[in-house]
Design a protein around this ligand. Sequence first.
Ligand code: MF3
Ligand code: CO
Length: 260
Amino acid sequence: MIPLKSKEGIARMRESCAIAATVLHELKQCVRPGISTYDLDQMAREAITRLGARSACHGYQIGSRRYPAYSCLSVNEEVVHGIGSLRRILREGDIISLDVVIEYRGYIGDNATTVPLLPVPPRVAELLQVTEAALQIGIRQAQCGRRIGDISSAIQTYVEDHGFSVVRDMVGHGVGTAMHEEPQIPNFVDRKRSRTDEIRPGMTLAIEPMVNLGGYKTKTLSDGWTTVTADGSPSAHFEHTVLTTEHGPEILTVPPAARA
Ligand code: MF3
Ligand code: CO
């Protein structure tokens, strides 16, 4: 069952998503050549604490492993779940995906962006533009009466029309009192999930295309978390938490300062 949020739940989601967006916005301003991904993670930790929230990544458990950092920082060929490291110093020409998931008063906000350290090669700049546009195209499909699969198919078509590939091993997801709720939201049409759920008012969905410049395959490094492209090509990741309403999708992960 896909949880539908009550009025109260939606109000809480607005708060948690505003905080997640504020942290992401602040973190983005800190990206520059010479900084380590460890320092960026500490800045995420500080911002999350200052805003009265808690990192939903830190201590997040899969099997017997607990995620050790406060944000996910994934450089170049790293797709997701990169762990900040003092040895990873950002340089011109890198791209870095910043993924911030926070919990505030029992509700989760989840968002991500990918930032270039300019200059980057033209095809890498295009990878970022296409992935961000694919997120917007996916969000536009999040209309009541349509299906989750409409989001998947719109994203996949747009990405592949531009000659890039969509990661299969990780998917978007419902989000609420847990980081991962139903439904799964693949960024590709999945034959196993061909009949997908209908979108109804009150769903909160984390839509998050992960797009590779080369092939779609990925592997996980020996740290048990960092996912990288199998062919070493760069990868981009953009994510918003979106509320579905009768009047269409509403992006919740917008920093308060950027609201109209
Ligand atoms: N946004 C990521 C996800 O939905 C955050 C994962 S937190 C981690 O999977 F702890 F698993 F890294
Ligand atoms: Co997510």
